[in-house]
Design a protein around this ligand. Structure first.
Ligand code: PGA
Length: 255
């Protein structure tokens, strides 16, 4: 296994934070701090911030992502955003299947799969989130849960398309709780995800997929988490809202 084969990716997931004005300020602060990053740097921002975010990061190495997208090209889906809308304004990445979407907005593996396929068809790069609940970990079914999510969320995704997929392992009990998975726990599940990908595709295809860890990753624990063989980056919530903290994580991934 050769970690160097994979692109390290640090992505901020801003969730429902920052107005367009605040987004511009934050990205203007982040961009110079990460200018010499030796990893991919992404900010996934609320829909209304996308235009201003793209403008604020034009000509920099910071890429912009959305936090969801619908699978239909257009139509009667009040409140949803299509892949074509994102693509047209220059968005490159999209977070899909985040546990908050699954928990609070009825997202299922079936809808995550539909969104993933639509994103890939439109030329967007999905960051597909998987992760177990605390209860599931306590019942010792983490691997079953993850295997099922990987299989269903990537159902019908071709080996060629897989090259544009990023997986984020986010144990739900570690998100926004300050409770980070230990680096060994993160490595164990990220390695399991890669083994599942190898089963579904092949080892070479699996080895090329960037697998992020997410869940209370911050400037204090990023070094340790990112040192693990199968942890290729991070999906960062809280710490991505503070320029210096986010930049420190980017620096840790650039080593
Ligand atoms: P957190 O969020 O870093 O605030 O725990 C991570 C995420 O939900 O992507």
């Amino acid at each position: 296994m050769d970690k160097a084969k994979r692109k390290a990716i640090i992505a901020g997931n801003w969730k429902m934070n920052k107005t367009p004005k605040e987004a511009k300020e934050l990205l203007t602060a982040i961009a110079p701090l990460v200018a010499d990053a030796d990893c991919e740097v992404i900010a996934c921002v609320p829909y209304v911030d996308l235009a201003v975010a793209l403008e604020a990061t034009a000509g920099t190495n910071v890429k912009i992502g959305a936090e969801n997208c619908h699978w239909a090209e257009s139509g009667a889906f009040t409140g949803e955003i299509s892949t074509g809308m994102l693509k047209e304004i220059g968005v490159e990445y999209v977070v899909l299947g985040h546990s908050e979407r699954r928990q609070y907005f009825g997202e299922t593996d079936e809808t995550v799969n539909k969104r993933t396929k639509a994103a890939l068809a439109a030329g967007l790069k999905p960051i597909v989130c998987v992760g177990e609940l605390l209860w599931e970990r306590e019942c010792n079914i983490t691997e079953e849960v993850i295997a099922r999510q990987i299989k269903l969320d990537l159902w019908d995704v071709t080996e060629e398309e897989l090259k544009n997929v990023v997986i984020a392992y986010e144990p739900v009990w570690a998100i926004g709780t300050g409770k980070t998975a230990t680096s060994d726990q993160a490595e164990e599940v990220c390695a399991f995800i890669r083994a599942q990908l190898a089963k579904l595709y092949n080892q070479d295809a699996a080895d090329a997929v960037t697998i992020q860890y997410g869940g209370s990753m911050n400037d204090g624990n990023a070094d340790e988490l990112l040192s693990k063989t199968n942890v290729d980056g991070g999906l960062i919530g809280g710490a991505s809202l503070v320029a210096e903290k986010f930049a420190a994580i980017v620096k840790a991934a650039s080593k």
